[in-house]
Design a protein around this ligand. Sequence first.
Ligand SMILES: [Zn+2]
Length: 372
Amino acid sequence: MINEQRLVDLFLSYVKISSPTKQEGRFAAHLCKALEEMGLEVSIDDAGEKVGSDTGNVIARLKGNMPGETILFSSHMDTVSPSIDVKPVIRDGVIYSDGTTVLGGDDKAGIAAIMEAVKTIIDNNLPHADIEIVFSIFEEGGLHGAKNLDISMLKAKQVFVLDSSGEPGQIIVKGPAQDKLEFSIHGKPAHAGVVPEEGISAIMVASHAISHMNLLRIDSETTANIGRIEGGSVTNIVPAETTVIAEARSLNNDKLKIQSDHMVACFSDAANKFGATVESKVTRMYSAFSIDENSDIVIKAKTACETIGLTASTIATGGGSDTNIYNARGMMAINLGIGEKKAHTLEEHLHIKDLIATSKLVLELVKLSVTK
Ligand SMILES: [Zn+2]
């Protein structure tokens, strides 16, 4: 029932509208107009002002023509760089960029799938309960749109996020918590050729700390990574300042605390050893979530997948998404695989069959939310 060609055309038109993080405005306006033309109630919340984006989150509602559970679909509008002037290319049923940008199917594949499903519902006057849609801003780099989403505008308790790189049929029921760790090391400058013994090298402190640290894959639930080091200037000065930015994640909040504490301890031990000082800052970016396999939302997702011939499976992810925020804010959310391949790279691509499957999945979930 999904109009496959219209869906592909819709997706291609979306990726051509540039919407890098914090500059989602033009794309948001395009979506608002399309939603209004289909007869949905559309508004934009005030999240944009709070996080420095040129638009807020798009929130839309289609009133049900049948009783049932309000269902919310959510995808994000922003794309990672480089994503200006995307030129999509189709080869053998797969959509790529021209290799100079990402494709932006993360997360425009989700948006196109939702838009086509809603259009199909309206055009065919299919039975549906209230449908809510959120197209969020500033997901990449902090989930800031979802964190500042005006949830008072929403009725739904169940949220289907369409933003996972898994195959359609994969249902993400667990996601990790993430900490951001920032370390500023203060050593002492000195002339490196004349009186190096009077200096304290902040770079040496950092390297000592990092070499004693457990990093990358810690265990099946926990990961950690040093993402950036900055410090020093010229070779004849012992560097006095170095900053290190790192992250740690775990599906288990307790394990995350242990890992973050360990990283902080490595820096303080190294600073003590060298006589430097270190300022450590740990920020919890988002909390872990874990949805019961037997909950109504998971059963609904599995049923919808199987009805359209997908193999349903529930898995944990190592990534963060708006799903973490919906769950933290008291709604029940799962993330659905939409088949986005190699997201965040120039090789990003999307199989048209996966785009179609995702749109069918949305349609099926809508049918399941009607009270029988
Ligand atoms: Zn995404």
